[in-house]
Design a protein around this ligand. Structure first.
Ligand code: CP
Length: 303
């Protein structure tokens, strides 16, 4: 993985995904190692973030790297009209790796083509969020003991949710049975379903969350992505489509875990937080170890 960009989850093979998960396990056991002391990590966030940016910065800092970057492009020369190309070419001179989030789909791939250093996609519009996928896979494997042969439900905004798109593609390597629960307006895009169909995997589509809960090992809840709607009235129609509460989990399998990439708005009530099935805050913690594994691998400090 040395010197390679990670833009789409399919840029890395199944074996490489597993290698990252194994390395992440080693970092979980020993998260403070000064193996990146000579490196500079740039985090360029053109779109808001809490978990992705801070867990990358925590990961880098705990490994001894220096972190530069911006959290708001209005404080950079983008505000003066600088192009993404010129920004990336310039920042490439100052760092060893770039972590970038941008609202435009395809922007991360473009950045990787002009950058002189590897680029990690921290989310490009509604397209991909591959590092979230790796931490989701880590969380699934840790809680279920395996990634193979699971029933996994994706609930909420399956149209615009980039974490859903990346994770579905990754799970196609593991004989997953998919359960997609969304309003009709927010169904999974056909382009994402292609991988499922090519592998002859089973998938079910439903609008009924209660009907799906007893069947699954993982319930992957998602936020309705307000910022991706062009008409606010369309958002108003679907914003309360699914609200998971504790009572709804009565019929769940004993091994069920609830994942959510976060941030949460109202789709999981806070009474679920104390339920042993709720795993989303630990999932966010796992992001530090997975991002340590990614930085160390791509910078070539570990094999
Ligand atoms: N999961 C995730 O991408 O969260 P942030 O938007 O807070 O980075």
């Amino acid at each position: 993985m040395k010197n390679r960009s990670l833009i789409s989850i399919n840029d890395f093979t199944r074996a490489e995904h597993i290698r990252i998960l194994e390395l992440a396990g080693a970092f979980e056991n020993n998260p403070r190692q000064r193996i990146l002391q000579d490196y500079v990590v740039a985090t360029l966030f053109f779109e808001p973030s809490t978990r992705t940016r801070l867990s990358f910065e925590s990961a880098a800092t705990r490994l001894g790297a220096k972190v530069i970057g911006f959290t708001d492009s209005s404080s950079s020369s983008v505000q003066k009209g600088e192009s993404l190309r010129d920004t990336i070419l310039t920042v490439s001179n100052y760092c060893d790796i770039i972590v970038m989030r941008h609202p435009r789909e395809g922007s991360a791939r473009f950045a990787s083509e002009v950058a002189k250093v590897p680029v990690i996609n921290a989310g490009d519009g509604a397209n991909q969020h591959p590092t979230q996928t790796l931490l989701d896979m880590y969380s699934i494997r840790k809680t279920q003991g395996s990634l193979d042969n699971l029933n996994i439900a994706f609930v909420g905004d399956l149209k615009y949710g980039r974490t859903v798109h990346s994770l579905v593609q990754a799970l196609c390597h593991y004989n997953t049975t998919f359960h997609f629960v969304s309003p009709l307006e927010l169904k999974l895009p056909s382009a994402v379903k292609i991988d499922i169909k090519q592998r002859n995997l089973v998938y079910h589509q439903s609008t009924d969350l209660l009907e799906v809960i007893p069947k699954v090992d993982i319930l992957y809840m998602t936020r309705i992505q307000k910022e991706r709607f062009s008409d606010p009235l369309d958002y108003e129609k679907v914003k309360n489509a699914y609200i998971l509460n504790n009572q709804m989990l009565d019929a769940a399998k004993p091994n069920l875990k609830i994942l959510h990439p976060l941030p949460r708005v109202n789709e999981i009530t806070t009474d679920v937080d104390g339920n042993p099935k709720a795993y989303y805050f630990t999932q966010a913690l796992n992001g530090v170890f997975v991002r340590q594994a990614l930085l160390a691998s791509i910078l070539g400090v570990v094999d």
